[in-house]
Design a protein around this ligand. Structure first.
Ligand code: NDP
Length: 282
């Protein structure tokens, strides 16, 4: 039976340490401040930003929300980002995705000052990550690496398979795992015979949005499984991309959904805001 990776508990520990860091910063007269931009009325996005607000309150980070209408023009959004870039009291900026279809998210990410880009989506941070340089790493992959480190899951020389190639999870995760000396394979919807690839893996990370896709017969004994997926089922329950009940019987480590990767993502966002604040006040 697998050891369950307690993302919720680890995230709490990280937030407690960050709270102490913020108290220290405040003693020096430095008040970390975080700005979130939400365009439109996406209900899931509203829940996400509410959780970010809550985490900021708990840690002592000032939180500011900029709510723009669904029909906001690109120029208006870029002007707001520009204003926040130039506001010295703001240390971190996050643009909540997805954006309404008429807006270009890549152009918006490019506009965010890379020194305030706590989500790690500006191409400068993406490029630095690829080059192995210090940067803001996007929060979900960063949280996954923290869990792997905390549980001392071996990566060096190990075969890691990622399913899902999105810009926010799968792709940055390649660099994160490479930097930990894993041999990395990435799969996607056009990959043939995924099960042949996953069966050979020491670590499998699913970031697909396909409920219970990874079955027990797709993995080998002793595999470490990290489940990024968040799928809301018809009964209102949330489930991951992994058939947890069956895969956990074979795995050495496994993350639950909820309570695994999700809380770590927010904790690493908080970490990045504190990092940005410290760097801007050096
Ligand atoms: P995207 O929809 O952007 O990407 C999904 C990826 O999965 C794509 O690369 C897609 O392939 C691949 N995929 C989908 N179906 C299959 C399949 N049947 N076989 C193989 N590959 C497949 O999703 P995100 O990366 O944004 O998110 C993935 C999941 O993780 C979602 O459930 C999301 O809610 C969750 N998530 C959770 C977070 C957390 O903090 N816990 C944070 C971010 C996301 P292709 O590229 O070919 O289309």
């Amino acid at each position: 039976m697998a050891e369950i990776i307690d993302g919720k508990g680890l995230a709490k520990k990280i937030r407690e340490n960050l709270k102490k860091d913020v108290e220290e910063l405040k003693k020096q007269g430095i008040n970390p401040k975080f700005a979130v931009i939400l365009v439109g009325d996406n209900p899931a996005s509203k829940i996400y930003i509410k959780n970010k607000n809550k985490a900021c309150n708990e840690i002592g980070i000032q939180y500011e929300e900029y709510l723009l209408k669904e029909d906001t023009k690109m120029e208006e959004l870029l002007n707001l980002i520009d204003k926040l870039n130039n506001d010295n009291t703001i240390n971190g900026i996050l643009l909540q995705s997805p954006l309404p279809k008429n807006l270009d998210i890549n152009e918006a990410f490019r506009k965010i000052d890379y020194r305030k880009d706590v989500d790690g989506f500006n191409p400068i941070n993406v490029g630095k990550l690829a080059l192995g340089q210090d940067c803001f790493v996007s929060c979900t992959p960063y949280g996954i690496i923290k869990m792997i480190e905390e549980y001392k899951i071996p990566t060096e020389g190990k075969k890691a398979v990622i399913i899902g190639r999105s810009n926010i999870v799968g792709k940055p995760l390649i660099q994160c795992l490479l930097s930990k000396n894993a041999t990395v394979t990435i799969c996607h919807s056009k990959t043939k015979e995924i099960e042949k690839i996953t069966r050979d893996a020491d670590i499998v990370i699913t970031a697909m949005g396909q409920p219970r896709f990874l079955k027990a017969d797709m993995v080998k004994d002793g595999v470490a499984v990290i489940d990024v997926g968040i799928n809301r089922m018809e009964n209102g329950k949330i489930t991951g991309d992994v058939d947890f009940d069956e895969v956990s019987k074979k795995a050495s480590y496994i993350t639950p959904v909820p309570g695994g990767v999700g809380p770590m993502t927010i904790a690493m966002l908080m970490n990045n805001i504190v990092k940005a604040t410290k760097e801007q006040n050096k």
